[in-house]
Design a protein around this ligand. Sequence first.
Ligand code: GYE
Length: 333
Amino acid sequence: MKKLWAVLLVLALTGSAAFAKGGAAGKSSGGVTKGMDRKIVLGYSQSGAESEWRTACTNSVKAAAEEYNIELVFTDAQQKQENQLKAIRSFITRKVDIIAFTPVVSSGWEAVLQECKDAKIPVICVDRTIDGPDTLFTAFIGSDFKKEGVMSADWLVAYMEKIGRGSKDPLNVVELQGTVGAAAATDRQIGFMEVLAKYPNYKVIKTQTGNFTRAEGKQVMEAFLKSDGDQIDVLFAHNDDMAIGAIQAIEEYGRKPGEDIIIVSIDAVKGAFEAMMAGTLNASIECNPLLGPPVMETAVKILKGESVPKKVYSVDNTFDQSNAAAAFPTRKY
Ligand code: GYE
């Protein structure tokens, strides 16, 4: 009888120990955040779920929060600033330890960020920048969008030269812009135009937003083709998804994407690599969406009172049909 009790006791103890261990490693249950003596809560306002890039970014944020044992309060603003304002205010009410957000547009954040400041909740801007003084946030982590625009145009000019079409006058360019007012759209356009200004034969004949989505990219390209179909030499799309939508429109119209119309876009997601390998997309400028780990690391440092750099930019590369196939197996998004 005594033996039986002993066995039961051991079972009960090991069982509860195992349970406790499982709990500590679990998502929002107990334990402490990696590198801290307590578990922290991070409110994250994602801008939307508009593209392959955004999905990769969201997945990275969620995985990194789990890895750091940070309690993540995740919200998706569906590309609407009003939803983000509401989310951030709800984080303040909830007294989260820290807030991270991807501003869907760059303007209109002063009031809410001042409220975060008054509540002593630090803010990390992720991926997209905001207008106004740098004092409104603690840190920024993302890519240099203007540079991506410059890289797109540099690639284009060199490629047109290489295929012997560089001096055609006019060289008609159409542009699919990202979400109006988003830093990723504004700055990519600025960078692209800065380079094209040096080549007067390049003419941007049409520019319109496709909201960073495949469906709108296709729709807008259809409209471009309807009005200027046979005159279009080049498409610059602010992201891969819109380029992929446009490729469909070009094929349906009866011209060859990647040959009749040279296409450069930004992100370098897997879909773009597939299109480059299929010959329908010419180039994609990389924009790294794997921002979860640096965001969590920065959050921990800030909450420990350590100093962090104000702005950290990702290092982005250029991919085109000459190096896409070799790079494809190593791509993580
Ligand atoms: O290029 C696009 C996404 O802000 C860098 O947003 C990001 C952009 C990215 O929808 O695909």
